[in-house]
Design a protein around this ligand. Structure first.
Ligand code: GLN
Length: 266
């Protein structure tokens, strides 16, 4: 009698375990589909580095604002996507997508630089730019070619400007190439006299000069590779990239893109 009861209990336990595993398998599948759509309930994480005004910066309340924010929010709306913005260091952006910690990069990122396009898939170009040398108002420097080997230049780590100051250091053209996490720190080091120049993207330097023309200036012509800013998605996520490109095309078609350029770059 006891053996029969034990057998029945074992059988019921086994049946319950089979049901439990089947149920888990369903949720993990939906989990996979969520991952494809991006995060919890389909919300896509847009990762950026928010000291790059007017593309992205933070306002007094800590909200991320800027051209990229308005553009990507409008693209998401047009394509029926739900997004949330995540602020992190620039050199963490591509690793974030590679480790599934982010779905979209929108950060004034040059799609042509280095091996970036081997790690993520870039969309259509949404802005073009060049690098400039920013110096203090009283500097005698006339341009990037006038920089001497006793000088120090700063730029942001992981960026085209950051790579350039490190390359100039390696080539002995400058005494040090200072790479910092935030553009605001680069400007501070310039004003403190810790560095003699900052290599920065022209539209971003112009935004800084709009508010600091008394203490800084551009010198010389633009230099380095002509840059094409584009958003990026995880390698192979063609479905999402097609939606973002379609959204950008729609903004250009209906005048929203031009309105945003006028709002942030006038
Ligand atoms: N355009 C530069 C790059 O792609 C800088 C971008 C940035 O600092 N947000 O590296």
């Amino acid at each position: 009698m006891k053996n029969t009861l034990k057998t029945m209990l074992a059988l019921m336990l086994g049946i319950m375990m089979v049901f439990a595993m089947t149920a888990c398998g369903g949720s993990s599948d939906s989990g996979d589909s969520e991952a494809a759509e991006g995060g919890e309930g389909g919300t896509l994480k847009v990762v950026t580095e928010a000291t790059f005004a007017p593309f992205e910066s933070t306002d007094e309340e800590g909200n991320i604002i800027g051209f990229d924010v308005d553009m990507m929010n409008a693209i998401a709306e047009s394509q029926g996507l739900t997004i949330e913005w995540v602020n992190m260091e620039f050199d963490s952006l591509i690793p974030a997508l590679q480790s599934n910690q982010g779905d979209i990069i929108c950060a004034g990122m040059n799609k042509l630089a280095g091996d970036r396009a081997e790690k993520v898939d870039f969309g259509d170009t949404y802005f073009e730019s060049d690098l400039m040398l920013l110096v203090k108002s009283d500097s005698d420097l006339t341009g990037i070619d006038a920089v001497t080997s006793d000088m120090k230049l700063a730029s942001q780590i992981g960026t085209t400007g950051g790579d350039m100051v490190q390359q100039m250091k390696e080539e002995g053209k400058i005494a040090d190439g200072v790479v910092l996490n935030q553009w605001t720190d680069c400007y501070l080091q310039l004003q403190n006299g810790d560095v003699q120049g900052v290599i920065v993207d022209k539209p971003v330097g112009e935004a800084y000069l709009n508010a600091h023309s008394d203490i800084a200036k551009f010198v010389g012509d633009s230099f380095g590779e002509h840059e094409e800013f584009a958003f990026a998605v995880q390698k192979g996520n063609t479905e999402l990239l097609d939606k973002l490109n379609a959204g950008l095309a729609e903004l250009k078609e209906n005048g929203t893109y031009e309105e945003l350029v006028a709002k942030w770059f006038s």
